[in-house]
Ligand binder design. Structure first.
Ligand SMILES: NC(=O)c1ccc[n+]([C@@H]2O[C@H](COP(=O)([O-])OP(=O)(O)OC[C@H]3O[C@@H](n4cnc5c(N)ncnc54)[C@H](O)[C@@H]3O)[C@@H](O)[C@H]2O)c1
Length: 314
């Protein structure tokens, strides 16, 4: 989509008061300054403060109950970025997780189907479950919690809708462990990078599960924004991993945080209480590279340095 004349462009972001949603919304506003932007969010975990500088419309509604036609009539959006979701993976209320996450998506798909508004929605690496090693999209879903189950059902709905209507483009993005600016409102579910950095800033040793060798594909939100916006251009429907493509251990992360914050803390290890724990996540980016042209720009070192400057300005 050319950025030069964006005045007729109508874009909608659900979950735009949240972490990734606000970063995507502000990036869209920057890339398409004349586009008509609308955010929908019910603030269950988001915060208006994430949208400082936002010039578009805001609809405060619960998507699991929203009557899209009553709200928007037959309006056609060029694209809908669906990022709203219950994001606390420790919320084990099975009805609430599945109802709110899946019904929100079903209602959105039903509204967008006649006009074929492009859908870009957030799936999750959590759908891979406790599988260790490199995760590729062909791997079967193995959700280990009900949050991941709700995302796997969304993937099923998306695949079915895209197969029934090939001209309609629906792109799912399996985000890995995202960190970066505008995540603090999430509290406990925010990234370990935020939590560890805060402990270290308070002069405490960073606490991680024994013995810090579990690996994660930590991905900087600026790369996630890049990949998410690239989904505007792709000609195929599909579900793609979005990560850094690298698995890094918590011990490595703490060393990088020490470098970045000018500290010298040893990790404090404690027992892992979780029976089903992902010991290794790593995105296979082959398909994202090929179909989206996605290429992560931030190593963990570069992303953490950029983020720490934003979090703790000198
Ligand atoms: N942050 C990560 O590491 C990560 C990893 C994998 C997938 N994801 C997915 O990316 C998306 C964005 O996550 P995030 O980290 O920005 O979380 P977030 O909690 O900051 O954002 C979610 C937003 O959705 C809103 N919301 C939730 N349910 C809603 C509903 N029914 N109606 C209206 N608004 C609703 C919340 O108020 C919040 O503003 C989510 O779909 C999440 O599952 C995130």
């Amino acid at each position: 989509m050319p950025a030069s004349d964006s005045s007729s462009l109508k874009l909608l972001v659900t979950g735009g008061a949240g972490f990734i949603g606000s970063n995507v919304t502000l990036a869209l506003q920057e890339r398409y300054p004349d586009a008509q932007l609308t955010v929908i969010d019910d603030f269950r975990s988001g915060d208006f403060k994430n949208l400082r500088g936002y010039r578009g419309d805001f609809v405060a509604q619960n998507l699991a109950a929203l009557d899209w036609h009553a709200q928007f009539g037959d309006e056609k959006f060029h694209a809908i970025f669906h990022l709203a979701s219950i994001t606390d993976t420790t919320n084990h209320d099975q009805f609430e997780q599945v109802h709110d996450n899946v019904e929100s998506f079903r209602r959105l798909l039903k509204f967008a189907q006649p006009s074929e508004s492009r859908i870009v929605y957030a799936s999750s690496a959590a759908t891979y479950g406790a599988a260790n090693g490199v995760n590729s999209e062909a791997d079967e879903a193995a959700p280990a919690n009900v949050y991941a189950f709700s995302k796997a059902i969304m993937d099923n709905l998306a695949r079915r809708a895209a197969a029934e209507q090939p001209s309609w483009k629906i792109v799912g993005l399996r985000y890995f462990n995202v960190y970066g600016p505008r995540e603090a409102h999430k509290g406990m579910p925010a990234s370990m990078i935020l939590h560890l950095s805060r402990q270290m800033k308070e002069g405490k040793r960073p606490r991680v599960f024994k013995h810090g060798e579990q690996k994660r594909d930590f991905v900087y939100v600026k790369d996630i924004v890049q990949g998410t916006l690239r989904a505007l251009e792709t000609q195929e429907s599909g579900i793609y991993n979005l990560g850094s493509g690298q698995a890094r251990s918590f011990n490595e992360l703490i060393a990088i945080l020490n470098d970045s914050l000018g500290t010298d803390f040893e990790p404090e290890y404690f027992d892992n209480p979780h029976a089903h724990y992902q010991n290794h996540t790593e995105a296979d980016l082959t398909n994202a590279r090929r179909s989206l042209g996605y290429e992560p720009q931030f190593s963990l070192e570069a992303g953490v340095t950029d983020y720490m400057r934003w979090l703790y300005p000198a």
